[in-house]
Every structure is written in C-alpha cells, then in structure tokens.
Design a protein around this ligand. Structure first.
Ligand code: ADP
Ligand code: MG
Length: 899
C-alpha cells in the first residue's frame, strides 16, 4: 500500500523533490464551498504514484517549507434568540454583529467599541441547515469520498446549537436535518452497494471513558495506535454496516437514546459528554480505464484473470463536543471537584493542542487526553477538518462567546497534511500491453489468411488460363488437320478421275491410228488429243496454283496459331514469374512473422515479469508498507531494464505511454535510480516526450520526473544543454492543469539553485518563464516560483560576495521585484518564507538598494525584521537592513527606528 500525499495539494518535500501526486483542485483555499457537488466530483483525478510518506500528525515536528495552508476551516454560527432571551434580553442589543458577506464577526465590547474577527464562513441566525451543511461539511465529505480522512466538529457553549447543527433528525421537518444525516445521504448516493462498504460506530467520551453508544454494556473502549503509521482506531467499538438511509436514522436514534446527558443549569438537554460518530468507507477504485474494463473484462494471457486492484479506505469523524463553558458556571451538579476536572480534561487538552499547533510549537500535548488522541489525525494530522463554532446572541454570555471565538481563531491557524492511500496500478499497465499483443497477433493472423487466399486465387486462375489456351490450340490444330486431309483426299480423287479419263482416251486413240492411213483423218485425229492434253495441263496448273494458295493460307494460319501459342506461352511464363514472386513474398512474410513472434514472446516475458513484480509489490506491501515497495521497484528496474521501460515511452498506444512515463517518473523519484535513468538516455527521452506529446497528463508526469532529475547538479547542466528550459517554458505556456505548472516551476526552481547556470538560465528566459507561471494562482505553483526566485537570489548573492558579479540583480532586471513585494506577506507560509528569503538575499547588495526602496521592498524588509515568526529570518532581515547605507539613510529620512 503506498501513500499519495500532499499538504493541501503540495507534494513538495524538504529537498525540493517533486512527487507525482493526486491533486484535488476543490481544496485550494480559494475554492468556493457552495459550488456543485457533482461537478466537483468529476474533477478528482486518480493518478497514483509510489512514494514514501511520513504520517503527519499532532506532535510531529513539521517542516514549514513543505506546508501549504491545508488549514482547518472554521465557520461560526449564531443561534437565534430563544424564548427566554427574547424576554430577558429584550432591552439589550446582541453581543455580536455578523457581516456574512465580509465573513466577519464583530464582538461588542461596549456601546462604542468592538473587536472584529474573520472566519472562513459566517452563518447568521437565519442560515438554513442545508446552507450550514454545504458550507461546513460538504468539502470534508467530498474529500472523504475521494479517499482522505475527514473531521467535522462543533464547539461552543452549551445551548448554542451544536447538537442542533450536527445531530438533528428532522423527523417533523426534513429541512431541519443536521450534518450527520445529510452527510450519510451524500455518502450513500455516491458509493456503490456492490463494491463499496460503509460502516459506522458511535461513541461517547465522558470523564475520560469511551462508551459504545450502540451497545451501552461496552463501556470502556480503548484506543489503539498503529506504531508504524500513527493511525488511531477503536477496535472494541461496535461497527454497523449501513446500506440505506433508514437504518442509519434508526442507529442515530438508538445512540441518542443511550447518550449520557448530564443536566445543567443552562439547558436541560445539554450534555457534558462528547459524542463521536465514525463513518468508515472502503471503496474500490476501478474503471480508471473504462475502455479497457468494458472491452475486455477478463483478459487472460498467463492463464489467470487480471483484476483492477485499487482500494481506498477513508474515515469521516463527526464530533459533537461537550459544552465549552467553564464548569463552575454551568455547575454540573452532583460531581466532586476532581470529577469536574476530569469532565473538562479532554476539552482543555484539545484547546492546548490547538494553541500549540497554532503557534508552531515543537511540543503538542496530544497524549494528554482521550479526545486529543482520538482526534490526532484531525488537527495537524492528515485529515481535512472543518470546525463549526456555535455562539449565542446574549450579552450575558459575552465572556463564553468571546472565548469560543478565540478558540475558533486559533484553530484557523492549524495546518493539516492531507494524505490518500492507494496502490499503484501495475496490473492495468500489464493488461494494456497484453491487449496490444493480442490485437497484433489477431491482425497478423488475419493478414496472413488474406494473403494466402489471394495467392491461391491467382494460381488457379493462371492454371485455368493455360489449360484453356492449350485446349484452344489443340482444337485449332485438329480442325486444320481434318481440313487438309479432306482437301488432300479430294485432290487425290480428282487426280484419279482424270487419270482414268486419260487412260481411256489413250486406248481409244491407239485403236484408231492403227488401221487408218488417211492423213486428214490422221491430222484431225492427231490434233484433238493434243488439244485436250494442253487443256488438262492448264487445268492441272490451275489446280496446282489453287493448291499452292491453299497451302500458303494453311501456312499463314499455322504461323498465326504458332504466334498465338508463343504469346500464350509468354503469358504463362509471366504468370509463373509472378507466382515465384508471390512465393518469395510469402516467404518474407513468414520470416517477418517469425521475427514478430520472437518480439511478442519477449514482450510477453516482460509482461509476466511486470505482473509478477506487481504481485510481489502487493505481497511485500502487505508485509511492509514502505521498503518492500521500493525494493520491488528496484527489482523491476533491474529485471525489466530501464531501456525497455524507456522504449515504451514511444509506444503507439497513448495509455501505454502514460503508464510508462509514470513508471519512469516514479523511478526518478528515487535518488538511487536517477543516475541509471540518465545514463540510459532517460532525460533525453523525457524531454522528447514533453516536446512531442500533446497530452497534459504526460506533460505533468514527465515534468515531474524532470524536476526530480533536476535535483542533481550534473543533470541540471544536461537539461540546460538539451534546451530543457525553453521546452519547459513552452510546456508551461500550453499547460492548463496547475499541477503541471507546479512540476515545471519545480524543475526550473531546481535549475535556479545552480551557481554555474545563472547567466544561461536567464539568457534562455528562465526567470521570465518562472514569472509567467504566476498567472496560475494556485499556491503550489506560487510556492515553486517563490522557491526558484529564492534559489536564484541566493546564488546571485553568493556570486556577489565572492566578487564574481557586480551588476544589479538579474531578477530585478527581469521584473521580478513587484511580484516579490506583492507576495512577501502571502498567507501561505511556503510562499511567504521563500519570498522573505529572496528579499533578504537581494537586499544584501547595495546595487539593488535603490530599486528595492522605490519598489516598496524596504517596507517588506522592515516588516519581516519585526513580524516574521521565524527568528532566523527576522534576524537576517534586521542585519541586512542595518548593513545597507542606503536603507539606513532612507529609514533615517523617514524617521523609522529599526533597531
Ligand atoms: P448544544 O448542543 O450546543 O448544547 P442544542 O443544539 O441542544 O445546543 O441547542 C439548544 C437549543 O437551541 C435547542 O432547543 C435547539 O433547538 C435550539 N437551537 C439551536 N440552534 C438553533 C438554530 N440555529 N435555530 C433554531 N433553534 C436552535
Ligand atoms: Mg448538545
């Protein structure tokens, strides 16, 4: 289990290391508590990170520079005059006057004088229960539903409306419902009955004894503290699961019936006991990647189903405190003085703790009472806390009202460090990769099938064509042959006939010539065969010519057929060549497939590694929440290898890239990994992804990683030499998310602390980039800007005192002074501290004095030297003032004593 922590949104730890944190914009001090609940819920981001976290709590010595006003919110509520006051105080004005629009309360001292106090909210006697709920409890509730712990607490004199505010059931009039009921209604609306669990215990603390309001026989419950993380629990208390509104209403009634109520003079319903309602919420956080879960709820790669793994546990505590009036006045009857002391012990211990926290005292007496132990997390701890102080209007109780107001004022100074608990989602990364692989495999298979089908089609087509051509050729040849045979036979027949005729004619002639000597006869007889023979010759010649022509035709036809045949043969050869080519392509594809398969199996083995590492992380986390996780991370680092992880930064799938950059960022958060990341080219990869990506999450996470790497001097030079500053300021210009700006400002702030880079940083507009980011007024961003300016001023001051710099401060030249002066008294202490230091550094050099005087910085220095709560800064400011001749002269001129 890892803890994502922030102090009201700031994840800056002592060394300036940036963590990739959950940031919930609704808790910036400026956020209005009345804006819509639903829309705010959508804002909550759910990125997670691995980190160490020391549990902040009452009594932990706190690092000022890392706290951004995650302070306790305090509202004041005025009860309307009751019947008795209407009569008895009829002639007197109320002792308080409210100015709700200014969030101010005036407490009358007498007719002509009053003190004014500011609160986070001022609720008049007309304020509805709904409005009170929304102002006081709703911000806490949203936090609780997001996985943080939360506290809502009412403090005030008996009879001023604490129970009215918190515990009213509103049975007759639903508009009267108090905070407890309304909170549960919102919780039940938000949680899912299948995946989430809501359970409640209800306790009473009276005379340092904790009783179970749900089981009165259980009357001595002890508090258990986890020595590792400081978590406080009451395992002995009855825990009832709540599924619907009615069962909770019944439970509250049961508790109320059991509640010990000691009658007092002031109000017979009032109570000297503290009532504590604890609501435990366990939510499974899934669906961070809805497309993944809906598309394939149970992808199996290794044979086991990978499930979404995140669970968040949070606790809402609602405390109806005992009356704050002094015991002698309320006169709890039937108690000895010792008992009376014990009755008020818890409440006075709470007052002492709050005083100590408000004054930043090193010792907070949290162990002095059961109440302060139970509320360890609520003041100065990790919970979001809202306090409502209730007061009455009667001038007769002016003293009590005044002390209630002072309690509220002090509580407003208490700062908490919010903390969320959730796991890093390795499984989802692994599932993403898994899906990508599956997609690739399927696509490959599909392509192969299409390719084979195509080849088969072409081959069969070619075969058909060849067969067809062969058949045509054979048919044509056969026809020709038959024709020639027929012609030949006919020619033979004709010749035979002629020959027979000739033979006949020949025989006849012999017979005639033999017996006759007549010349004329002979003449005529001799002439006639001569004639027929020459005719015959002519005929034969004609026939021969005919034959020759026919033969020529046949030859031409043969040639034509021959050429057609060669043409088909050529076509066939071309088809064969195509076939060979296709075969070759097939072989290539097979080869490529083999390669892809190799790659796949490599990726699969990496995946297996990652998921087994994730399992390992889980197992180790069960055993040891801090070190195991780091060890697993290191293991992952070694086994998967930074090169592989970095190569995933270029993955096609955007989600894979985001996951990969988160892994790199979390690795970079560990100093021991940084060198290897940089050696493997990680810094360059991060700068590249910053340049090429348009995704804000990637920008934020990558900038966070760069900020972490920028803690090291060598890396700082590397970042500068790779154009990192202009890249960061370009990203800052495009950024919308304040956390992105915080990371970028943090990175530049780290660069500002490097003596060697001062001139270059300034030349590349680093200071201007830093100042540009104040457009986002988020205190986390401003704190980083202030840190950067302080770092820069410190380096300048060092250079000046070593004589390597003579001119005016580059910060002043780049126009930083107005912002510095404006924020020198910023209410957020990290911003204020850094700016105060920057002012002291700047003031050490006489060249800056003139500008500082005209810019109003001198006044701030004087204020710091007088009012700064940190003695070292105060002393430094005073020393600086005294050592500058210009300042001394100016103060003298204005007759201001600064000694
Ligand atoms: P507490 O718990 O501080 O002792 P209660 O809540 O019991 O005070 O209030 C005392 C009386 O004043 C009750 O009768 C309650 O109904 C009434 N009361 C308190 N606050 C209001 C309010 N805002 N409007 C009307 N009546 C109130
Ligand atoms: Mg009460």
């Amino acid at each position: 289990m890892s803890s994502a922590s922030f102090r009201n949104g700031s994840g800056v730890s002592r060394g300036g290391a940036m963590k990739i944190d959950n940031y919930n914009p609704k808790y910036s001090p400026s956020s209005s508590s009345s804006s819509s609940f639903k829309s705010k819920m959508q804002h909550s981001t759910a990125s997670s990170g691995l980190r160490r976290c020391s549990p902040g709590s009452i009594g932990t010595s706190r690092d000022d520079s890392a706290v951004v006003s995650g302070r306790v919110r305090v509202a004041v509520r005025l009860r309307p005059r009751n019947a008795e006051e209407m009569v008895e105080d009829a002639d007197f004005a109320d002792c308080v006057e409210l100015q709700p629009e200014l969030k101010r309360l005036k407490l009358r001292k007498n007719n002509w004088d009053s003190d004014t106090f500011e609160f986070d909210d001022v609720l008049t006697e007309f304020a509805s229960q709904k409005r009170v709920y929304e102002a006081v409890a709703k911000p806490v509730l949203e936090s609780v539903l997001d996985g943080y712990n939360g506290t809502v607490m009412a403090y005030g004199q008996t009879g001023t409306g604490k129970t009215y505010t918190l515990g009213r059931l509103g049975k007759e009039d639903t508009a009267d419902r108090g905070i407890m009921l309304r909170a549960m209604e919102d919780i039940l609306e938000e949680v899912s009955p299948e995946n989430d669990l809501v359970s409640v215990s209800y306790l009473q603390l009276y005379m340092e004894t904790i009783e179970d309001l749900l089981n009165p026989s259980n009357d001595n419950i002890s508090i258990v503290e986890d020595p590792k993380n400081g978590d406080v629990s009451v395992p002995g208390a009855t825990l009832v699961e709540i599924r619907d509104h009615m069962s909770f209403m019944e439970l509250l009634q049961l508790g109320e019936a059991h509640r010990y109520a000691a009658n007092t003079k002031l109000n017979t319903e009032s109570s000297r006991s503290h009532a504590i309602l604890m609501v435990h919420i366990k939510r499974s956080v899934k669906g961070k990647n809805p497309s993944l879960s809906s598309e394939n709820g149970s992808i199996t790669l290794t044979g086991k189903t990978l499930k979404p793994p995140i669970v968040r546990k949070s606790k809402l505590v609602i405390v109806d405190l005992a009356g704050s009036e002094r015991i002698d006045k309320s006169g709890s009857e039937g108690h000895t003085l010792e008992e009376a002391k014990s009755i008020n012990l818890s409440l006075s211990a709470l007052g002492k703790c709050i005083n100590a926290l408000a004054e930043n005292s090193a010792h907070v007496p949290v162990r002095d009472s059961k109440l302060t132990r139970l509320l360890r997390d609520s003041f100065g701890g990790t919970a979001r806390t809202s306090l409502i102080i209730t007061i009455g209007p009667s001038p007769r109780h002016r003293g009590e009202t005044s002390s209630t107001i002072m309690f509220g004022q002090r509580a407003m100074k208490v700062e908490n460090m919010l903390k969320i608990k959730e796991e890093f989602d390795y499984k989802s990364l692994s599932r993403k990769l898994d899906m990508q692989l599956d997609k690739l495999i399927a696509e490959h298979e599909r392509q192969q099938k299409v390719f084979q089908d195509e080849i088969e089609r072409i081959a069969s087509e070619a075969q058909n064509r060849v067969a067809e051509v062969e058949q045509n050729y054979a048919d044509a040849l056969e026809l020709e042959k038959l024709k020639y045979q027929k012609d030949y036979m006919e020619s033979l027949k004709k010749l035979e006939e002629q020959w027979t005729i000739k033979q006949e004619n020949h025989g006849h002639q012999k017979f005639k010539i033999g017996p006759s000597d007549n010349g004329i006869h002979q003449m005529s007889n001799a002439e006639s065969p001569m004639l027929s023979a020459s005719e015959e010759v002519v005929q034969i010649k004609k026939k021969l010519q005919n034959e020759t022509l026919l033969r020529k035709d046949a030859e031409a036809e043969t040639d034509r057929l021959k050429s057609e045949s060669t043409h088909w043969k050529k076509t066939e050869a071309a088809r064969n060549a195509e076939l060979v080519k296709l075969r070759k392509m097939l072989e290539d594809q097979a080869c490529q497939k083999e390669k892809l398969e190799d790659e796949l199996s490599l990726l699969q083995s990496q995946l297996l590694q990652i998921s087994s590492d994730a399992d390992e992380v889980k197992r180790e986390q069960l055993r040891d929440t801090g070190d195991g996780e780091r060890a697993s991370m290191a293991k992952l680092f070694e086994q998967v290898g930074i090169h592989k992880i970095l190569s995933l930064l270029e993955a096609e799938d955007a989600d894979v890239r985001i996951h990969a950059v988160k892994v790199v960022a979390n690795l970079a958060a560990e100093e021991s990994n940084q060198e290897r990341i940089v050696e493997a080219g990680g810094l360059t990869s991060l700068l590249t992804i910053l340049k090429n990506s348009n995704d804000e999450t990637i920008h934020r996470v990558a900038a966070g990683a760069i900020a972490n790497l920028a803690m090291n001097e060598l890396n700082q030079e590397l970042i500068m030499s790779q154009g990192g500053v202009s890249l960061l300021s370009l990203t800052a210009n495009r950024a919308e998310d304040s956390q992105t700006l915080r990371m970028i400002a943090g990175a530049i702030a780290n660069l500002c602390g490097n003596d060697k880079l001062q001139a270059k940083l300034r030349a590349e507009d680093g200071i201007k980039a830093l100042l540009g980011m104040v457009r986002c007024r988020h205190p986390d961003v401003l704190a980083q800007v202030a840190r950067g300016i302080a770092n820069f001023a410190k380096c300048e001051s060092r250079a000046s005192s070593q004589g390597s710099k003579n001119g005016k401060s580059l910060l002043i030249e780049d126009g930083a002074l107005p912002w510095i002066v404006l924020n020198a008294n910023n209410e957020a202490s990290p911003i204020r501290r850094h700016v105060e230091l920057a002012l002291c550094h700047l003031a050490q050099h006489e060249v800056n004095a003139k500008e500082m005087i005209t810019g109003g910085a001198l006044w701030e220095l004087v204020r710091i030297s007088r009012d700064c709560s940190r003695e070292d800064i105060r002393t430094l400011a005073l020393k600086t003032l005294k050592s500058s001749p210009s300042f001394v002269a100016e103060l003298k001129r204005l007759r201001i004593d600064h000694g």
